[in-house]
Design a binder for this molecule. Sequence first.
Ligand SMILES: [Ca+2]
Ligand SMILES: [Ca+2]
Ligand SMILES: [Ca+2]
Length: 377
Amino acid sequence: MGTRQKASAMSTTRFLRPCTICQWWFLLPAAISAAVTDQPNLPNDPLLPEQWYLFAPDDERGGAGSVNALEAWEHTLPANPITVAVLDSGVNYKHPDLEANVWKNEGESENGKDDDANGYIDDMHGWDFVNDDHDPVGFPSREFPDQFGHGTAVAGLMAAAADNGIGIAGIGRNVKIMPLRIVGEPAPGSKFHAGPRTTLPQAIRYAIRNGARVIVCTLLPVGAAKGSVEAASLEASLREADKAGILLVWSAGNQGRNVDTDEFVRFPRFSNILIVGGTIRDGGLSPHMNFGKRVGIAAPCVDMVFPSFDGYSRSKGPGTSFAAALVAGAAATLLSQQRHLTPADVITRMQETSDLAPDMAKAIRGGRLNMARLLSP
Ligand SMILES: [Ca+2]
Ligand SMILES: [Ca+2]
Ligand SMILES: [Ca+2]
């Protein structure tokens, strides 16, 4: 990163730092072919065999740290979808593996008018709060290579279409993605550019007022001065989300530090917020990921394959963004089956059904996500 670019990045992200999930993503051709197992009931997505965390712990494709989504899906009935707002760098909602599961604003049509009078013109599929426009797709950016496709990865791990013969299977069932772009550079030629201090509370309010039951956010709140307008605005929006009964899934971050201390005291404290840590393939916590008693649960955060801006990418991680995406997908699946659950209920249920690896109880509050047990009748 050059000096000018660095300065620009600093100025827009001092309040929120992008999780560094992506060292750099290895871009793969759009059409990846892989051997698909002919096991009955297994979704036909060609990259599924690489999604190790979906398999049973005793399956050689899975391992001790997997969350057994395959078994969870057997217990999951088709249901009206739960909308999850993805507050991130944008989502390529036209990606062929995502488009079937993107939220659509039924009250809106593309005509230059705010048909549903929600304050946003032509917000068919969410909103770009960075550019203040109706297209939250984000865009590939040379200045922000680490944000390239970040939101698309999170959305895909959570809710890519399963059993559609392409790419991966998202972990969630009955889940819709609401793309809300809150961080990144302005589009070329755009005059408007808002930073995360502004966009985060706006996006939280949009999610609340447009039907999301879950919000997933993978950016760390660091450094909003206490008593500042920005801090007050965020606090007010978070209180509103808590009152509205919306589960907020927040990644713990990737600094290897204790979130109960120092700068992380700014992690908001509301009962609807679930902070997610990261585990590795053997099921233990990743030593590189943040921990602490405020971390409510952990989930796999390594060796991922996911939709990218124009195809699929792989990352070894580690990154709690991955883990947060998996937890948000599992939580939304649970809510689709038991719609009356409050965020606190969901958090308790996830913790009670989680698995404890050795020494995990000392480091975080919950254990590792066990999706099969979470969804078992
Ligand atoms: Ca509208
Ligand atoms: Ca319209
Ligand atoms: Ca797929």
